[in-house]
Write a protein that binds this ligand. Structure first.
Ligand code: SAH
Length: 258
């Protein structure tokens, strides 16, 4: 009989392969099968996982080409067949990535599973736009929110009252109801807001506004996902950082041979 293989859930970071961990690179190098997502750094997989069969289970926003149950079945089946399976996910596997569900499915099937953490877009993408999620002069906390489903009035009320940086993932579609809700519960209409699209790509772009203006600015810019929304005083710290980030990208683009 075949020996049972294993599943490794790997956090792929926010898109730039340089932000994979050494453990992630090692797991990929040893993988027989890699199931990867749209937001995971997949362009370099052929190089990093030279022996592996590469399976795209990528999810476009709003539709799921490979249903979650099917992904879990594939993970388990490949591992029971003896393969070293890597499940490469964007960011960190345990931040809105259904990593916990996939780990649970493996355990239920008796498949050994381990998790390699990744650099989460919730912190790294604001950072790439020059926005620190905390700063001693601004706030000592940050709250990471899924905007996939609308927030409840209770959640909006608490968020508006807490002096916290709010980081929203998957928040582009529901941004109108989120900004309206925060304003309704008393957040300063001039609270700065930034939307960072496609972080760590050559097409990274930041749109700035405040609670009152951000929807107009987003519509004008034609903002789409993937994007991270940041609401809070820390956004004021970005302007310089963004300018220098743009300059760095421009330098990189201009540099010969890179
Ligand atoms: N586990 C992931 C998040 C999965 S939810 C993590 O830890 O980063 C997917 C959401 O993450 C996207 O809708 C978007 O809001 C955000 N995201 C991930 N990568 C991004 C990137 N490179 N640029 C902008 N947003 C990103």
């Amino acid at each position: 009989m075949t020996m049972t293989g294993s599943v490794t859930l790997v956090g792929g970071g926010p898109g730039d392969p340089e932000l994979l961990t050494i453990a992630a690179a090692r797991a990929l190098a040893e993988a027989d099968v890699v199931l990867y997502d749209r937001l995971a750094p997949h362009e370099v997989l052929a190089e990093l996982a030279p022996q592996a069969r590469l399976v795209d289970v990528g999810k476009q926003p709003g539709h799921h080409p490979v249903p979650q149950q099917e992904i879990e079945r594939l993970l388990v089946d490949h591992a029971l067949g003896g393969a070293a399976v890597v499940r490469l996910k964007g960011g960190d596997p345990f931040v809105f990535g259904r990593g916990a569900e996939e780990a649970e499915a493996c355990r239920r099937a008796g498949v050994p599973v381990r998790v390699i953490p990744g650099v989460t877009s919730a912190i790294a993408v604001p950072g790439a736009a020059g926005i620190p999620v905390t700063h001693r002069s601004a706030t000592r906390m940050f709250t990471v929110v899924s905007g996939h489903a609308p927030l409840s009035p209770g959640e909006l009320e608490h968020l508006a009252a807490l002096d916290t940086t709010i980081v929203i993932l998957m928040g582009v579609t529901n941004l109108p109801s989120i900004t309206a809700g925060l304003a309704r519960f008393g957040m300063d209409p001039e609270m700065p807001v930034a939307i960072i699209e496609r972080g760590f790509s050559a097409r990274q772009r930041t749109t700035f506004g405040d609670l009152r203006t951000i929807l107009t600015e987003a519509a004008r810019a034609g903002v789409g996902s993937p994007a991270v929304v940041v609401i809070g005083e820390v956004v004021r710290l970005a302007r310089d950082g963004e300018a220098s980030a743009v300059a760095t990208l421009a330098d990189a683009a201009a540099a010969p041979g890179t």
